[in-house]
Each structure stands twice: as structure tokens, then as C-alpha cells.
Design a binder for this molecule. Structure first.
Ligand code: IPM
Ligand code: MN
Length: 357
């Protein structure tokens, strides 16, 4: 097949990990007889420096034309000034909104050979295989917000969590469909004991599940208790669906289950059009340019890209198997190396995955 893939390396370790993932995609194209055309564009801090905008029009236009987008990471201390006109993160939020990417899929799976790299005990995380659906274009991130000056010289700021029936329905439906293909269990996380927006989530979600997916085992959990259950009984969850900010926080927490943020990919999907794939980790400015970054999350994001946007599940599975086999052979980047274990560089890890393929 022919596919146009846009690469958005971004900032920090973004370019290093994208380089390895691109090599893996090129290898897959050759091996399976596909033609992938790559083009690279700016997003985030580097785009602010070059154009003044965190998401230049040219980048957005290229993404709209593409079959799929693979992103590294954005941000860094250089652009952290709270008084700055624009921030790298604005580019990420804008691309999500503009491409209508309302569903962020974050799988949290553990690798058997890494069970001892997790800060949690082996017997707790063993068997964990969760698929998070984080709502990505609504809630506090996009609701009405503002900053007002008070008469006494102090300030009042507000951000509102806003959701419509339609926004809840479509993501719950997508999560439920995924659960039907897995272990048929769906958990919806909210804060309905306090928030009006959560009470709408609860009503809409229950209706969608009960009327359209009666076979699903369905439960609702409050977000504070979910934070606890996620580390006390992670293996009991299958698909979890939740609003934007709860999902942001819970998936960072969940990323510690497999032992490192450096292993987890994510996919942002939505309206017809390209999906956006990225590692769940950030730009890690402290290790940028040192060859220390773990490219596996981005390589696994490339596998998700093949599966979800190009419908190439055999190719995706080949990448995932290659990653597992490299880890099984004991190779570790610094983030997942145990005390005393030697670690390899970003490029060495990428090369090993290519060899395994
Ligand atoms: C993420 C990140 C982003 C978010 C930031 C960088 C805006 O933390 O993708 O989880 O909060 O959504
Ligand atoms: Mn986050």
C-alpha cells in the first residue's frame, strides 16, 4: 500500500526517538512491500523559535493531507516562561482540536521480563493489560477559562470542565467497541459525587452501554479511588474510559506499572482523517541529545499507527514482537536497566529492533 506519513519530531528527545521509529517504519515498508512517503515538519518550541507559532499553518496543512502523523514530544525549559505569549504545549492542544482527535488510546501493558523494573511488586502488576480511553478535545483543557482583576488588586482565575452529550457518547462508544473485542469489561471513571459534568458523563455513559453494549461488564469508579485501585489491583481492569484531565493524570500514574514511561505508546483518533501517534513520555530536556532516551515507546507508537490508521495489523504485530524479543534478550536503555546492568543507547536499541525484525 501507499501511505503518506508526517513526522513531527518536536523538541528535546523527540528528534532522537522519531529517528529510530522512522527507521523501523522504512524497514517494514521494504519487508512487506509498501511505499511510505515521509515528510518532517515543525511543532512545539522549535516551531515557536522559527515561526512564532507552536503549530505553523504549514505543519497543520501537511497533517491534514497525511494518512497518519507520528509525533515525538514538545516543550522544554527554554519555553517555560509563564509570561511567554505562546507555549509549545499550545501546538499539541491545537493539533488535537484541529484534527478532531477526541479519543486518546493509552495501552498499559507489562512486559514479563521487566516485571522487576516496576516500582510495584511483581504479584500486583503481573497480568496487567489496560486500555485507557482518555477524552482529548474537551473538559478543562478546552472549556471557558479566564483571568480577572479584582478591586483589591488580587486576581481570580477559572477553568471550566464542559462536556456535551455528544462528546461523551462518541468516546464511550469507541471505548465500549474496543472492550467488546477484548475482555468485555468497561470501567468509567468520574467524580460524580462533586462535579455536574461528571454526573452527565455517568448518565450518558450508562445509557450508551446499557442500550448498545448489553454484554459488557460495566462499572463506574470515582477518580480518587481509581488512583488507588490502579496501583492496588491493576490487573482487574480491561478498558477504562474517562474525561480529559482525569485521563491525563491516571495514565501517567499507570505508566509506572510497566516500569518506565519510555515504553508506552499512544494513539489519538477521532473524526475521519489522520490519526496522531506519539510516545506518552515528554521531551525529557535533561537527557536530550545524550543518546539516553528509550525509543521503544515511539517504535510501539509506530506499530499503533500501522494498525489503526493503515490497517496493517500483521506489520504492527511484527514490530511488537521484535520489541518483546529485544527486551527478552536482556537489552536495556538506561530508564529500564536494573542496578548494575549495562545500558545501551537510543540508536543501539533502535538497531536491535531492526535486527529482530
Ligand atoms: C500529555 C501531555 C499533554 C497533556 C501536555 C504536554 C499538554 O501531558 O499528552 O499527556 O496534558 O495532554
Ligand atoms: Mn500528560
Amino acid at each position: 500500500m501507499n501511505a503518506k506519513i508526517v513526522l513531527l519530531p518536536g523538541d528535546g528527545i523527540g528528534p532522537e526517538v522519531i529517528r529510530e521509529a522512522e527507521a523501523v517504519l522504512r524497514h517494514i515498508a521494504t519487508k512487506f512491500g509498501h511505499t511510505f512517503t515521509f515528510s518532517s515538519h515543525m511543532i512545539g518550541g522549535c516551531a515557536i523559535d522559527a515561526t512564532g507559532s507552536a503549530l505553523p499553518d504549514e505543519t497543520l496543512a501537511a497533517c491534514r493531507e497525511a494518512d497518519a502523523v507520528l509525533l515525538g514530544a514538545v516543550g522544554g525549559p527554554k519555553w517555560d516562561d509563564p509570561k511567554a505569549k505562546t507555549r509549545p504545549e499550545a501546538g499539541l492542544l491545537k493539533i488535537r482540536k484541529e484534527l478532531g482527535l477526541y479519543a486518546n488510546l493509552r495501552p498499559i501493558t507489562t512486559f514479563d521480563c521487566l516485571l522487576d523494573s516496576s516500582p510495584l511488586k511483581r504479584n500486583i502488576i503481573e497480568g496487567t493489560d489496560i486500555l485507557f480511553f482518555r477524552e482529548l478535545t474537551g473538559g478543562l483543557y478546552f472549556g471557558k477559562s479566564g483571568l480577572e482583576q479584582n478591586a483589591d488588586g488580587s486576581e481570580t482565575a477559572y477553568s471550566t470542565m464542559t462536556y456535551s452529550t455528544h462528546e461523551i457518547e462518541r468516546i464511550v462508544r469507541m471505548a465500549a467497541q474496543a472492550a467488546m473485542k477484548r475482555r468485555k469489561k468497561l470501567t468509567m471513571v468520574d467524580k460524580a459525587n462533586v462535579l455536574e459534568a461528571s454526573r452527565l458523563w455517568r448518565r450518558v455513559s450508562e445509557r450508551v452501554v446499557k442500550t448498545e453494549f448489553p454484554e459488557l461488564a460495566y462499572d463506574v469508579v470515582l477518580v480518587d479511588s481509581m488512583a488507588m485501585h490502579l496501583i492496588s489491583r491493576p490487573a482487574t481492569f480491561d478498558v477504562v474510559v474517562t474525561e480529559n484531565m482525569f485521563g491525563d493524570i491516571l495514565t501517567d500514574e499507570g505508566s509506572m506499572l510497566p516500569g518506565s514511561l519510555g515504553l508506552l505508546p499512544s494513539a489519538s483518533l477521532g473524526e475521519p482523517g489522520p490519526g496522531l501517534y506519539e510516545p506518552i513520555h515528554g521531551s525529557a530536556p535533561d537527557i536530550a541529545g545524550k543518546g539516553l532516551a528509550n525509543p521503544l515507546a515511539t517504535i510501539l507508537a509506530a506499530a499503533m499507527l500501522l494498525r489503526h490508521s493503515l490497517n496493517l495489523s500483521e506489520e504492527a504485530a511484527a514490530i511488537e514482537a521484535a520489541v518483546t524479543s529485544v527486551l527478552n534478550s536482556g537489552h536495556r536503555t538506561k530508564d529500564i536497566a536494573q542496578k548494575g546492568q549495562t545500558s545501551i543507547s537510543t540508536t543501539e536499541m533502535g538497531q536491535l529492533v531492526l535486527k529482530a525484525l
